[in-house]
Design a protein around this ligand. Sequence first.
Ligand SMILES: [Zn+2]
Ligand SMILES: [Zn+2]
Length: 200
Amino acid sequence: MPRLVPGEVCPRCNEVHTGCSGHARSKNMAACRKAPLPGTTVCDKHGGLSPVVRAAGEARVLEGKIRERAQRELARIDVTPVEDPLEELSLLAGQAVAFKDAMAGKVNELTEIRYASGPMDTEQLRSEIVVWEHALDRCAAFLISMVKLGLDERRVRVEEARTELIADALREALALLGLSESQQDAAKAHVVRKLRAIGE
Ligand SMILES: [Zn+2]
Ligand SMILES: [Zn+2]
């Protein structure tokens, strides 16, 4: 079925839906004029009252509120101009990852509490999960941008240097233990292979 893009002409009824994305059977399948339920694209007659749609709508509304609050917080903070976009992007990516991990912790916490004490505020759990999922998406977007900007090349070089460092340290340790040079080389080659395999 063709997808309805908000604000664009609907492929099913050739109208721009101003409210609900459903169609009125009684009016020759014209665009439904009713207002969608909060956080959803459908009215009560077009699936808006189904528990799944309702839960998703409520989560979206809650998420919107959380985001609004974050935006307000952000507006209060002094903003300095970006000089090194790559540096800034990797900082942002770091923050996004940290936020994602924090949210993952929160979700785990809530899930554990829920298992331990039976029924609880599932609404809160759901919204934490939604925020966490968005944090995941955001991390992915940042990381993709970084790859596109060629940071991955730098990362590979850093990884390569790190691999060398670890292998050298290992060889030194083996030398301390009295292994022969060829044994050290063999061990180093083995470690390098293993570490590269992790990176692949
Ligand atoms: Zn339509
Ligand atoms: Zn409708």
